[in-house]
Design a protein around this ligand. Sequence first.
Ligand code: FE2
Length: 281
Amino acid sequence: MSIINDEQRQFYHQNGFLIVENFLSPDICQLLITTANTLVSDFDIGEHQTIFSTTKKLHELEQYFLESGNNISFFFEEGAFDQQGNLTTTKEKCINKIGHALHDLHPIFNAVSRTHKLAVLANDLGIEQPALIQSMYIFKQPFIGGEVTCHQDSTFLYTEPQPITGLWFALQDATIENGCLWAIPGGHHYPIKSRLKRNGWKTNLEVYDETPWDQTQLQPLPVKQGSLIVLHGQLPHMSYQNTSPNSRHAYTLHISDGRSSFATNNWIQRRATFPFQGFLF
Ligand code: FE2
């Protein structure tokens, strides 16, 4: 059994991305949307007010981010909080994403992230001994879902010799208006331009090539609900702000290849008692 054929595999190797339509059923998409919305409504911002305060405690926010590989954490749009850490609108309106261990810690996200179908796809893509490194639920809310500038995922999750593989699931239709992905086809042949390195509770972006991406080469990747976009770790991609009245929810997973070493100075590091795991059945 395989999920993608030789032609699709060849397309992926040439272009650095691949769209697989109808990968998730509408029911599963809706289940994830409902589950994420419940997580947000149950999230008590009061408990985290000092973290999100915009003034003096940037190190606390950095620590919250650096710890999030071990738990289910909530991240908000820029400008969502005032200086005291109070929300400027409802949390449902300005939630940006939830990450980064949903796939290990939440039973529904765990089940959807570890299907036989995904294990077969990973095998089809040539990933040996796959390990699930991180998961993100991205909201891209109407009108305020912010732009994600052009980047390569390997900047943030560096593995060698095999780069990380991203799986991007559209839980709602992703259109040009609501902020679909854009990518530079074939751009995965470029080396990484920078690497985010962790040093204790700090991070530093090490830049190797300051030349900006040629944005004229970007192509939009609008997809229907349930579609999966596979992204090579070195593929330059981005999404613009959502200027439409419709949300653009997506779920993402990043998978490493067991033949590669996962850099010990990547930002995401697990506690020794909570190792990265593959597809368990
Ligand atoms: Fe990305």
